[in-house]
Design a protein around this ligand. Structure first.
Ligand SMILES: Cc1cc2nc3c(=O)[nH]c(=O)nc-3n(C[C@H](O)[C@H](O)[C@H](O)COP(=O)(O)OP(=O)(O)OC[C@H]3O[C@@H](n4cnc5c(N)ncnc54)[C@H](O)[C@@H]3O)c2cc1C
Length: 466
């Protein structure tokens, strides 16, 4: 039984990677720590449950990483994907700190495994969690409990008392016990983004957001973020920027996870509701492009698109939970997709006619391309001509949003007047926008949570002691 009448040194809101890293780090620094996880115990851990890997800089190959990934290379990758929309000082700092995380996270009980094969080729850059995100979380929870961190589930924080940039208390709502006021000397906000709040997404995306599918937890509704911004914390990031991929349109509204993501775009073409292509499917290698397709589909009529390919490539990519829809002819396939058969036949005929001879290799920017059509397919273009013809319907799958709270190197929140908050820290998705202005490189969500979680916990503990 957690004694909620006492005053804790550190209150952590959230129950995912960032929260647990903060809680462990604060406890190891000698603080009393309470974690409030809004989800029930079975669903604890937010989006972290769905993760597989983390991107950290390292100077040499390790037991599980195939070669070095220097700080400079990591920085260049980040610069490329964000198009420069990042806080360079903070991003470089995070990258430097990520080196140490590879060992620190193991000290907290997490285990690595060699890279999983597949379409993202991350064996050199990203460390994979043995057993996936759930196993990673279980290890962190076990360590936190052993260290004496108090954890409450089904503990949704519904209000924050903040005066002049100083956190005073939080109100939490529990199914049994109702509303309770919790006091603490410092706050670590690690409650995720607002991706599961469709009404909030609609403010920027309009009615289109009704057709978005949310890949992760339904509990990240952004309530804590909204309260912090309303109470004087400086915001960072463009509210329309998020990580969004193309996922199967048959996936559930929430929590479909990794097995609904489609990585078959480069092996075929993608058409919209009018059976028209709308973007170069072969623009760049898939690890650099998979995260743009959610936004591309979001911009199409009814926010739906169809990846069309033929049976010659069906074993070339990772299968997903849902089988492809098949037709013996293009017209039959179109009928099953409720597309205009004549329009789909025209698109595929024109595409096939534009394909130039080349040597196919999806691991490099090969010379298989189209000529004379718009948009072009600049690599991996091959004719779609081997029945049965196949398709996956896809919708925007929102992973997480980037709008967040501004922080400094101590993970301390900055107030609207630019001054650091007296006792409030943030880590993870809720402050991801400091590093990710737009774009994404696989594995960075967990880097942001681990690095800033660890720092936030340590600094909050130090703050509480003073
Ligand atoms: C399908 C999928 C696969 C992914 N794969 C990867 C990957 O392999 N590598 C990678 O780096 N990133 C990946 N990501 C992104 C990654 O999950 C996130 O960046 C990361 O988990 C964020 O950690 P976090 O602790 O900030 O948030 P979360 O893990 O989402 O935790 C937020 C927590 O806050 C709680 N919460 C929310 N509101 C309240 C409230 N009012 N009161 C109390 N608690 C509240 C939630 O219940 C939740 O426990 C993936 C995401 C998804 C959806």
């Amino acid at each position: 039984m957690v004694d909620l009448t006492r005053r804790f040194d550190v209150l952590v809101i959230g129950g995912g990677n960032a929260a647990l890293c903060a809680a462990i780090s604060a406890r190891r620094a000698g603080a009393s720590v309470l974690v409030l996880e809004g989800a029930p115990k079975f669903y604890r851990g937010g989006n972290t449950r769905h993760t597989r890997n983390m991107r950290c800089a390292h100077d040499a190959a390790t037991e599980i990483l195939t070669g070095p990934y220097t700080e400079e290379e990591f920085w260049k990758d980040l610069l490329l994907v964000t198009g420069g929309q990042t806080d360079e000082e903070l991003a470089r700092f995070m990258i430097h700190e990520s080196k140490d995380i590879l060992n620190w996270i193991v000290e907290q009980g997490v285990r690595w495994q060699p890279s999983l094969g597949g379409t993202l080729s991350l064996g050199r850059t990203n460390s994979f969690f043995l057993g996936g995100g759930r196993a990673m979380l279980n290890a962190l929870y076990r360590t936190a409990e052993e260290l004496g961190v108090d954890i409450l589930y089904d503990a949704e924080v519904i209000d924050l008392k903040i005066e002049d940039g100083m956190f005073l208390s939080a109100a939490l709502k529990q199914p049994v016990g109702g509303r309770t006021e919790v006091r603490a000397s410092t706050l670590v906000a690690a409650a995720g983004g607002f991706e599961a709040n469709i009404e909030w997404l609609k403010q920027y995306w309009g009615e289109a957001a009704d057709n978005f599918l949310i890949r992760g937890t339904p509990f990240n509704r952004g309530a804590i973020l909204k309260m912090l911004l309303a109470k004087g914390v400086q915001e960072i990031g463009d509210p329309t920027q998020c990580h969004a991929v193309a996922i199967d349109a048959r996936a559930p509204k929430f929590d479909g996870g990794i097995i609904t993501r489609h990585d078959s775009v480069v092996f075929g073409i993608v058409v919209n509701r009018h059976a028209e292509r709308f973007y170069d499917e072969g623009e760049d290698i898939w690890p650099k492009r998979y995260a743009i397709w959610g936004r591309l589909v979001a911009a199409q009529p009814d926010q739906i698109a169809y990846i069309i390919f033929d049976s010659s490539v069906v074993t070339s990519f990772m299968p997903t939970l849902f089988p492809p829809i098949a037709g013996a002819t293009i017209a039959e396939l179109a009928g099953k997709l409720t597309l205009d058969p004549a329009a789909l036949e025209k698109t595929i005929t024109e595409f096939n006619a534009a394909v130039q001879p080349g040597t196919f290799d999806h691991t490099i920017l090969d010379d298989c391309r189209t000529e004379g059509i718009t948009p072009p397919k600049t690599h991996w273009a091959r004719r779609i001509e081997t029945p049965p013809y196949l398709a996956y319907p896809v919708r925007p799958g929102i992973t997480f949003t980037y709008l967040g709270t501004r922080v400094n190197r101590q993970a301390r929140m900055l107030m609207k007047d630019g001054k650091p908050s007296a006792n409030m820290f943030a880590a993870g998705e809720i402050m991801a926008g400091n590093v990710l202005g737009k774009g994404y490189a696989a594995g960075m969500g967990m880097t942001i949570g681990s690095v800033f979680g660890r720092i936030a916990g340590r600094e909050a503990a130090r703050n509480a002691r003073n």
